[in-house]
Design a protein around this ligand. Structure first.
Ligand code: HEC
Ligand code: HEC
Ligand code: HEC
Length: 420
């Protein structure tokens, strides 16, 4: 008995030591070299902050830019973003080496581990040079005094020990290693998409502990808490772009719409609005090149079972009444204004989460320099009952040659809950 207990204790100690060691992988000593940011660094940092979309998370509604305090809802509770301005309550006392360690290793200035709601599993690929430029830019901002708000996470997720175990399992610091088999443009695109762009934070499939899988890159997933589905970038039936002319990929990221009739919505509209529309033409070309060369595979669509004809018919009536004025009697849309619903993969995709969100909340493509006055769609939350929404969506998924499963009232109920 005594021996068994001793053995157990030894095993536990070994496991703790392994977790501790795994959490310190690839950490370098915090050197205190004197540091003088250049104007060029600050300017480049401002650009990189757009590429990384730092302000989106680190700005509270109505708050000062980069001063933090906005809550990121996760299935484990709410994580609050930190103050990144040069006040002492923000990054005022930080060194470039400490900032690099936060981005590269997910560790705060005082050494505590950071939650991956901060997408450092992607930012770990950012180069030291780019990290220094980001830091130079953040240090040039007006200082805002705003202490970081404590997180509101449930037990056991609120403990550093649980986070250490999570990191030992799912986080590995990495550096971007150029792929010699690909050209420089592809490599630049891969660096941006996998690193600062953190596209996988939404477009990656997640396991029960919230970790994204890299086995099939950007294979799509339901964004936790928001109930938007970020489609697979490796599936031509979802958001794969390999078959589009490259200019259409660039246009979508730059303007939010393109000649394919695609238009971004919800969280993706935010990404285009705050981040990708500001990127230079060379970087957008590079990202498009990378996205187009992602391996493509069509997921077998579930065979739509027997469909309720009466539901679809009732949906057809509702469509005429509420939707046809914009999307057209034949679902053909209007170029540059209203997306077509006929032959639109966003309409037939599973799960139908985004359809529910669009009809409930309405949608606006982002206002960008390339599309300054986007057309909008009104919300129907106070106009249509859940069963009406199920009917109209079942109709558009089965009209004009579209073929997909009908949408049930239960699915509407399930997907309508979510935070914008
Ligand atoms: C998707 C949301 C999100 C984005 C985008 C994001 N962050 Fe954060 N960041 C967070 C959250 C949440 C935390 C707090 C994590 C914690 O306290 O465990 C954080 C923490 C940090 C910290 C640690 C601060 C401290 O006091 O320990 C730094 C540094 C940081 N972020 C820099 C950046 C930079 C630079 C960018 C852009 C390249 C960025 N973040 C983009 C969510 C985000
Ligand atoms: C905050 C979550 C989020 C992030 C981060 C994100 N996406 Fe998306 N993306 C979505 C959602 C949700 C959709 C589905 C809605 C839509 O089609 O606009 C989408 C759709 C897309 C589409 C298909 C658009 C269409 O109409 O066919 C492309 C292409 C895309 N994303 C590329 C990217 C790239 C590249 C990045 C990284 C720079 C990225 N996304 C980052 C959430 C996100
Ligand atoms: C006033 C015009 C208008 C009306 C009426 C309207 N829509 Fe829309 N709809 C739009 C616009 C504009 C967009 C693009 C929004 C964006 O990109 O964010 C859109 C987008 C959509 C999308 C997403 C398409 C895609 O490619 O991602 C669906 C699905 C949709 N509408 C269905 C409907 C249904 C169903 C109705 C009726 C209940 C309806 N719409 C009524 C203007 C309208």
């Amino acid at each position: 008995m005594k021996r068994a207990v001793t053995l157990l204790l030894v095993l536990l100690a070994l496991a703790a030591a392994a977790v501790w060691a795994l959490n310190r992988r690839d950490e370098s000593p915090l050197t205190q070299a004197s540091w003088q940011p250049t104007a060029e660094q600050i300017q480049r940092g401002a650009y990189l902050a757009k590429a990384g979309n730092c302000a989106a998370c680190h700005t509270a509604r109505g708050g000062a830019p980069f001063a933090g305090g906005s809550g990121i809802a996760t299935p484990f509770g709410t994580v609050y973003t930190s103050n990144l301005t040069p006040d002492r309550s923000g990054l005022g006392d930080w060194t470039p080496a400490e900032f690099w360690r936060a981005l590269h290793n997910g560790r705060s200035r005082d050494g505590h581990l950071l939650y991956p709601a901060f997408p450092y599993p992607s930012y770990t690929q950012v180069t030291r040079d780019d990290s220094d430029a980001l830091f130079a830019y953040l240090r040039s901002l007006p200082a805002v005094a705003q202490p970081n708000r404590p997180h509101a996470l449930r037990f056991p997720y609120d403990s550093q020990a649980a986070l250490a175990v999570w990191r030992a399992l799912y986080f590995k610091p990495g550096s971007y290693v150029p792929d010699a088999k690909q050209d420089a443009e592809w490599n630049r695109g891969a660096y941006l998409v996998r690193g600062l762009g953190h596209c996988i934070a939404c477009h990656g499939a997640r396991n029960r502990l919230g970790a994204t899988s890299e086995s099939v890159e950007l294979s799509g997933g339901l964004i936790p808490m928001q109930n938007w589905y970020a489609p697979s970038l490796g599936d031509p039936g979802e958001a794969g772009v390999a078959h589009w002319p490259k200019q259409d990929v660039v246009d979508l990221l730059r303007t939010g719409i393109n000649a394919q009739g695609a238009s971004v919505m919800g969280p993706m509209a935010e990404v285009v609005f705050r981040s990708t529309q500001h990127l230079n033409p060379a970087d957008l070309q590079a990202m498009a090149t990378f996205l187009q060369r992602l391996p493509q595979a069509r997921t077998a669509a579930p065979e739509p079972g027997p469909r309720d004809r009466r539901l679809i018919e009732r949906g057809g009536e509702l469509y005429k009444q509420h939707c046809a004025s914009c999307h057209g009697d034949g679902g053909e849309g209007a170029a540059g204004a209203y997306p077509p619903l006929k032959g639109n993969r966003a309409v037939t995709m599973d799960p139908p989460a985004n359809l529910v969100r669009v009809v409930i909340n309405g949608a606006f493509a982002p206002a960008t320099a390339g599309n300054p006055r986007p057309y909008g769609m009104p919300p129907y939350v106070h106009v249509l009952e859940d069963h009406d929404i199920a009917a109209v969506l079942s109709f558009i998924r089965n009209a004009w040659g579209n073929q997909a499963g009908t949408v049930s009232e239960l699915q509407v109920l399930q997907f309508k809950q979510g935070q914008e």
